[in-house]
Design a protein around this ligand. Structure first.
Ligand code: ATP
Ligand code: MG
Length: 579
């Protein structure tokens, strides 16, 4: 391919309103152009890279036994209403009407369409298991389309749906997809962490996210570098204690506790916050006891945790299996509690007391005194207050112990590039998708669904692989394998050699771009680094006079010279060794 025949407009300046490095670079390097918020045209280079990702994904899906379909973008509202998602998706779904007034939507995902297909076509246990996938455009009217391709309103996704006879089959299909995903991201050269994700309030389905660590990532996760454990923040908070490790409830006995100081009330005027209290009494925040009150699905709960910790409300909701919201002023009043001065010793019967393990293990807390401007010191669990349940719902912090090995956890940011879910039978039940089992019984299909954000992978790869000069594509995703740069366009020798190299590299099976523009060498070099093709071959007058060309590996900056006759072999080797 000749650069003068290619629509490859590069830009010097950073485009306005592009914040993420991938967004800036994919526009500057001529991969995409914006059309509307979260909507892009892919230019030829963008198409090439997207196609390479698609090819890897397609090969791995096919190898895992999945079959490719193509489902429509425009979908009828009715099945979405039957699953409740017409409402649940709300404004995130683009909705329209046809000329007869029928309601339609642009599909943000395809569970409804594929479940109806399975109900119609996968009628016998002999048809199962089946895994159906497609690669296509998805539409979501995201609240905040941002970071270019990372969060678009139109984006390319691979979505796969597995259908099994039972839960055991689902688990097998699920594991096969997880394994395929690991191969996909490894082959793409995108580093990922596989994270056990929020199971959601309803259903508690198992699901895992594949997170590409990157500074612009919108998802926080925790990782332990000692043992490789990774989890999303809420899962880390809830799972942190490990099954069976939690102490049981503690009754308030009023009996002395060995080693505990007596409870003493102290005047603390205007100390309604932990900071004020800690400064006033000169005690560190972690020795004060925070008592947070919530309405949890209609039932009041008090959450006790050290004053330097925050409640992870999503983790709390998940642990309780109910929605939670903080108490209103009226609720504090109705329960006879003084906001800012609640201590667990004054929490009335009828409010469940949930305590962080650190609270249960402590002896000598500084807590609210249950009247304005009063706190109590020497507050001890068991003697002064009860604990109905020990629960770890404090937000995880850097350095907290890893639940798997005790090593220090680190909080990191990642981009969700893939997500796998065990859905179970709820779509099949809502849409009446059944098959006949061996014993003649009609059963619902048991489903899993599996997504890879193809266009997001392109951006995530750009986030992970770039420097100040531009993109540094991993070999597998680069739009071309080799870029040939003739630097003296007025020299017939240079032009002839560049042409021969182009032909030789192509004959060796490489995708070659020849920069045949009549521009200064410096411009070509800058563009070459910006576009990020893995191997650059520079043919210049000076080198050729000694019979040599220069090679540069973009990712490492390594340079080498090769005799003209050995350039093709050297480029093939350099590419094979490139990241
Ligand atoms: P997110 O939490 O980022 O909104 P999601 O849970 O809504 O993701 P899924 O419905 O699981 O995403 O979609 C499958 C995959 O599609 C995601 O893992 C992600 O890679 C990709 N994806 C989702 N939304 C977008 C988007 N707006 N732009 C680009 N890719 C997206
Ligand atoms: Mg989303």
């Amino acid at each position: 391919m000749r650069r003068t025949r290619l629509l490859l407009p590069t830009l010097r300046e950073t485009p306005a309103d592009a914040e993420a490095p991938s967004h800036v670079l994919l526009v500057r390097a001529g991969f995409v152009r914006p059309v509307a918020a979260g909507v892009f045209t892919a230019l030829p280079l963008g198409v090439r890279t997207l196609r390479r990702i698609e090819t890897i994904v397609r090969e791995e899906m096919d190898a895992a036994g999945a079959q490719e379909l193509r489902m429509p973008i425009v979908v009828p509202a009715d099945p979405w209403k039957r699953t409740g998602r017409w409402e649940a998706y709300g404004e995130e779904m683009f909705k329209l009407r046809d000329r007869a007034g029928r309601e339609l939507g642009l599909a943000p995902t395809h569970e409804e369409v594929v479940t109806l297909l399975a109900g119609a076509e996968l009628r016998s246990y002999r048809d199962l298991p089946a895994n159906l996938y497609q690669i296509g455009w998805k539409y979501r009217d995201e609240v905040r389309p941002r970071f270019g391709l990372l969060r678009g309103r139109e984006f390319l996704m691979k979505d796969a749906y597995s259908f099994d006879r039972d839960e055991e089959g689902l688990r097998r299909s699920y594991e096969a997809m997880r394994a395929a995903y690991r191969r996909i991201f490894r082959r793409c050269g995108v580093e990922v962490r596989e994270v056990e994700a929020d199971a959601g309030l309803i259903g508690g389905q198992v699901n895992h996210e594949f997170l590409a660590p990157a500074g612009v990532g919108e998802d926080l996760f925790v990782r332990c570098d000692a043992c490789g454990h990774a989890a999303d923040l809420e899962a880390a908070a809830v799972g942190g204690l490990g099954a069976g490790a939690a102490p049981g409830p503690v009754a308030a006995t009023g009996q002395p506790v060995p080693g505990a100081a007596p409870l003493v009330e102290v005047q603390t005027p205007g100390c309604a916050t932990i900071e004020a209290l800690s400064a006033f009494l000169g005690v560190p925040a972690e020795r004060t006891l925070k008592c947070m009150l919530y309405d949890a699905g209609g039932a009041p709960v008090a959450v006790l945790l050290p004053g330097d910790r925050e409640v992870d409300e999503r983790a709390l909701a998940r642990a309780l299996g109910r929605e939670v919201r903080p108490f209103t002023a009226q609720e504090f009043e109705a329960h006879g509690l003084v906001k800012g001065y609640v201590g667990p010793q004054g929490v009335p019967e009828g409010i469940d007391v949930l305590a962080d393990p650190a609270v249960a293990a402590g002896l000598d807390w500084v807590a609210g005194g249950n009247q304005p401007d009063v706190h109590a010191t020497g507050v001890a669990p068991g003697r002064d207050f009860r604990i109905d349940r020990v629960l770890r719902v404090a937000r995880v912090r850097d350095g907290d112990p890893c639940p798997a090995c005790g090593g220090p956890l680190a909080i990191a940011r990642g981009i969700v590039v893939g997500h796998v879910y065990q859905l179970g039978a709820r779509y099949a039940e809502a849409l009446g998708a059944t098959f006949l089992d061996e014993d003649g019984a009609e059963r619902h299909h048991v489903m899993g669904c599996y997504g890879v954000g193809i266009s997001r992978v392109m951006a995530a790869a750009a986030e992970q692989h770039h420097d100040e000069a531009g993109l540094r594509w991993p070999r597998a995703l680069a739009p071309f394998d080799v870029l040939v740069l003739p630097t003296n366009m007025d020299d017939p020798d240079v032009l002839r050699t560049a042409g021969e190299l182009e032909a030789g590299l192509a004959a060796a099976g490489l995708d070659v771009l020849l920069d045949d523009r009549l521009v200064a060498a410096g411009v070509k070099f800058a563009d070459a680094d910006l576009i990020g093709v893995p191997v650059q071959v520079v043919a210049g007058r000076r080198g050729l006079s000694a019979g040599a060309v220069d090679l540069k590996v973009r990712a490492t900056g390594e340079r080498a010279q090769a005799p003209v006759g050995e350039t093709v072999a050297a480029a093939v080797r350099a590419l094979a060794a490139a990241p």
